[in-house]
Design a protein. Sequence first.
Length: 388
Amino acid sequence: MTDREGRDMKVMVAGAGIGGLCLAQGLLRAGVDVRVYEREAGAQSRYQGFRIGLNAQGLAALRECLPPRLHGLLDAVTGPMSGERRVVDQHLDELRLLGAVDGGTATDRHVLRQLLLAGLGDRVEFGRAVVGYTEQEDGTVVAHFSDGSSAVGDLLVGADGVGSAVRRQLLPEAEVVTLPGNALLGRTPLTERFAALVPGFGTVVHGPGVSMLLGRMEFRRPPRRAAADLAPDVELPDTGSYLRWVVMLPEPLAPALVALADDWATVRDRLLALIDGWHPDLVELVRQSDVGNSSPLTVRYAKPVPHWGTRRVTLLGDAIHPMPPSAGQGANTAFRDAALLCRSLTAVQRGEAELPAAVEAYERRMLDHGFAAVAESLERLPDFTPAR
């Protein structure tokens, strides 16, 4: 049978980031034959980022796709994220308040990605970089891999991030803008001293020419132990609670520090020189940073695109609407995309809709909420960037 009759539909997902894996979990629950192709060599092959915040919509979308048996584990390995967002100077003297946020949830990207891999098994193929596709006359699509091999399915979903090969072919005119300056991500093991730096939702430090964003990742339970108790078949990393910090660098300083990204000890020394004279707690926060979990961050955003006309190829998350981290919307929007697309494809699987119409309905709603999130992120960016 074909997807028109709601059976034997095969969905291919390019990219095993948190958005693509969320979609795969939901489709697997719906009985859809889903395959995920990831360019990385393995689930542990690279640094995975830092703490992310989930709002009510993002968390609901994630739970909608995740098997109910893993909901308790998800709750256990997240943390509270609410309260006032404050802006202070380099001496920790309060400058202003940005308003309280209630009901947020903090999660670690690497821990969450491992959770999202649970139960997918060989449906996720590592070392398989999608480099392009061919739409065929019979209504199927062929995904082409960097090693010369290929796979055939009814739909290809580009969830392959800001550098998406799928987007480049589907929407060659789509523009992704790189903003001036750069950021450095760091994390430091959480202690009582450092926890006091973030008494609420988050803290922004505005120093002379440099800004620092602070956020707390305090797990309700240690991830590995929580998995052993609540879902023994799931293996989570032995990650401890930490304070995540981001240093926003103005353009004159950024290139030299980012060029040294592989030598974090040198970068850390340069940062320490840059914040010399700041409050001792901030200086010590950088000094005690975790060398293995720090990296540069290039801030990008996508310009809006009109609907492109539905094909057997679509896009999700950063592959279509990357955005600055200033509004905390990136992961939330990707999860909303995943849940929305999963609902549309579930209707096809059940014989309640045809694939082209279901994908178009997803795309139009995704473009609306996705680029609204980009606009909000750009609007709030000045609150977090250093004065020029």
